[in-house]
Design a protein around this ligand. Structure first.
Ligand code: ADP
Ligand code: TRP
Length: 346
């Protein structure tokens, strides 16, 4: 029997920050270490999802490759035969499947998607693209084309996964067994061990998550910052006036965030615990700043050594393999909806 498919994608519309690295990239690399061999792993770049909100298009292509390099620097093994790495837009079946799925998706259910409501409330209605509205349908195509069962995603994407499940069940009921229905949220959470998802907070505004979209750049460590600039941001992080270190997201989010960063940079070895009850915020900051500085130095030196030609070769090889797989599934769906003649049974 063929291996179950684990599939996950990380958008590349912007350069990565420390929050993306610790919250999304490291868990993906861990996933490969833990599951490659047992499963077929799809780690793809959903580049068509990159401009559902406005971006600088002149940077997109290079950004995609640069972001992929971060995965490799973080430890992703591109030689692993059970790991497939590809760009969504290089496999036309994703777009074609999306159109078909669009016609079986309901306006009402898409209108209820929290991510759409959040993002669309931030711009004036003339600028909200239809792509932002149908974003979850393209995501469903990404998943259903490969019969993926396990989709490790953060909390913010769970609703999209439920939508995908409902759509798959709806299509299977109407046309017979077309798709593998991905597992439900509780099983997915158990699988990816992400019951408590990591949320790195802004260093300036620790009630908010670290994000590229937040105004204050001093709160966000970009992976392209110099190690010195990154550690300076840590030293200038907003804390509180309690005066004693406690791991407490409610009352001391700034300090707790620094402890979390320290722990994650040390492979979650519980190093930050030793700061509990101490009274010198300055010393804690110095230790975190030094850990961030070392991390940035290490990462940037690994990035500089990556063989880009080899990476692109791997991408192109996997994109060819995936195109064949995806086209076979698309044909099955085209036959079901009446766009192609049914296969003749011998
Ligand atoms: P941003 O908020 O900077 O625009 P995205 O929404 O594009 O980042 O996030 C891409 C991935 O990185 C998602 O899987 C998300 O869960 C993860 N991520 C983003 N910001 C953080 C953060 N501050 N802490 C942990 N994970 C994060
Ligand atoms: N929507 C996901 C995000 O913003 C990215 C994504 C696109 C994805 N297609 C996917 C994730 C399919 C998992 C499976 O993080």
């Amino acid at each position: 029997m063929s291996k179950e498919v684990v599939l996950t994608g990380l958008r590349s519309n912007d350069e990565f920050h420390l929050g993306n690295y610790l919250g999304a990239i490291l868990p993906m690399v861990e996933l490969q270490k833990k599951h490659a061999g047992e499963y077929q792993l799809h780690m793809f770049i959903p580049d068509l999802h990159s401009f559902t909100t406005p971006i600088d298009h002149s940077k997109l292509f290079a950004q995609t490759i640069d972001n992929l390099k971060v995965f490799v620097a973080a430890g992703l093994d591109i030689n692993n035969p059970n790991t497939l790495i590809y760009r969504q837009s290089y496999i036309p079946a994703h777009s074609e499947m999306t159109w078909i799925l669009n016609c079986f998706s309901y306006f009402g259910e898409l209108s209820r998607m929290t991510e759409f409501k959040d993002k669309s409330s931030k711009s004036d209605s003339e600028n909200i693209s239809a792509g932002l509205f149908t974003y979850p349908v393209l995501m469903a195509a990404d998943i259903l084309l490969y019969d993926a069962k396990w989709i490790p995603v953060g909390d913010d994407q769970r609703q999209h996964l439920e939508f995908t499940r409902n759509l798959a069940i709806r299509m299977n009921n109407k046309f017979g067994k077309l798709f593998v229905v991905p597992e439900d949220s509780p099983k997915q959470q158990k699988f990816s061990n992400r019951t408590e998802s990591v949320r790195i907070r802004s260093l300036r505004n620790p009630d908010k998550k670290m994000s590229k979209s937040i105004e204050d750049p001093a709160g966000t460590i970009l992976l392209s910052d110099t190690p010195e600039a990154a550690s300076k941001k840590v030293m200038e992080a907003t804390t509180d006036s309690v005066g004693v270190v406690h791991y407490d997201w409610e009352k001391q989010p700034g300090i707790t965030n620094l402890m979390q960063i320290l722990d994650l940079l040390n492979n979650s070895a519980g190093i930050a615990k030793k700061w509990e009850g101490k009274t010198s915020y300055g010393d804690l900051k110095t230790e975190v700043a030094s850990a961030v500085n070392d991390f940035m130095r290490g990462l940037q030196s690994k990035l500089a050594q990556i063989d880009e030609a080899k990476l692109i070769k791997k991408l192109e090889k996997d994109e060819e393999t995936m195109s064949q797989l995806a086209s076979a599934k698309l044909l099955k769906v085209q036959q079901a909806v009446g766009l192609r003649p049914k296969a003749i049974k011998h």
